[in-house]
Design a protein around this ligand. Sequence first.
Ligand SMILES: Cc1ncc(C[n+]2csc(CCOP(=O)(O)OP(=O)(O)O)c2C)c(N)n1
Length: 368
Amino acid sequence: MAIDPTFPDPRSLLPADRPIQLLDADGTFTEDPDWPIDLDDAQLAELYRLMVMARQIDAQAITLQRQGQLGVYASLRGQEAAQIGTAFALAAQDFVFPSYREMGVALVRGVDPADLLHVFRGTWLGAHDPAKHRFALITISIATQALHAAGFAMGAKLDGSDSCAVAYMGDGATSEGDAHEAFNFASVFGAPCVFVVQNNQYAISVPLTRQTKAPTIAHKGIGYGMPGYRCDGNDVLGTYAVMRQALRHAREGNGPVLIEAVTYRMEAHTTADDPTRYREDTELEQWRARDPITRLEKFLRDRELVDDEVVETVAQAAKAEAQSVRAALYDAPHGDPMELFSHVYAEPTQQLRDQHELLQAELQGQDA
Ligand SMILES: Cc1ncc(C[n+]2csc(CCOP(=O)(O)OP(=O)(O)O)c2C)c(N)n1
């Protein structure tokens, strides 16, 4: 028996036996009345454009790193549907708290990719305006953004606003204490928060089987009293439908939702990693056959929403955009490192003031 008599039937918190999927690997669409979508033809085409754009800019970022223009980069290749489908369901007032892999989500939020790449170039903390795009600065420390999201969601609840907070993270992040605290806090206080876990099968070289003994990541939700939705993360219509429902659940005052989008990281963990040391090519090939962009393209072709000409136009536009990202990055001025201290607290602590002085002295020493 549940501690709280108003507690819902625990079974309602469990994920379905099979991942939610609307678009299969062949691009065949099967409607699911439990997971409706409301996208018109223009929106379906826009999903495709965004996914192609994300992949192209991602490839450009890897090239930039190889050429020494970025220090490091974390690819999202293979995770385009998990990111773009979920982000497409967001309302303008929602606020995203990303990890370091969320270029696709950033694109949907209107963030200029060159602004985001500053972090990987080491020239600024991030040049986009988090308040304008409602997309926080990227976080490198695993799972800290889950706490930021839970805190923001609690604030939104206290303000009586209808914003939801969304934290994006990887499967490995769910093993962190920060994720546990965020899940628990958000659920106990009914904060309007969605935790999107992109289960890309690895945390650097650690496979999922060594990460958790939970049957799935989505099953972790029940331990916190929040529903766990598990979907095919390579199906952009499925990820959209699931996120739409999760946001509605949170916005209507029912507390947080944990989403597990089952996907695969096609590239290395970051450009500093060598995945051939811990995974087989055959595995990569299996996931290549489930490519999120190919299946959406098949679906759109079947519906005669795209043809060869449109596919080529979208590809060329993405290439041009990737080129302009490169140019923008080369030309961008360096940010002010002292900004590191500017937005931490309304009133800086003594420790921060000391660090501020230390860095200032060091930078002045460099100039001398
Ligand atoms: C608190 C913390 N511990 C360790 C690291 C080193 N680290 C960087 S990425 C990573 C794995 C993260 O895996 P996952 O959460 O599955 O996300 P993915 O990178 O696969 O998207 C680790 C351990 C870190 N950045 N922060």
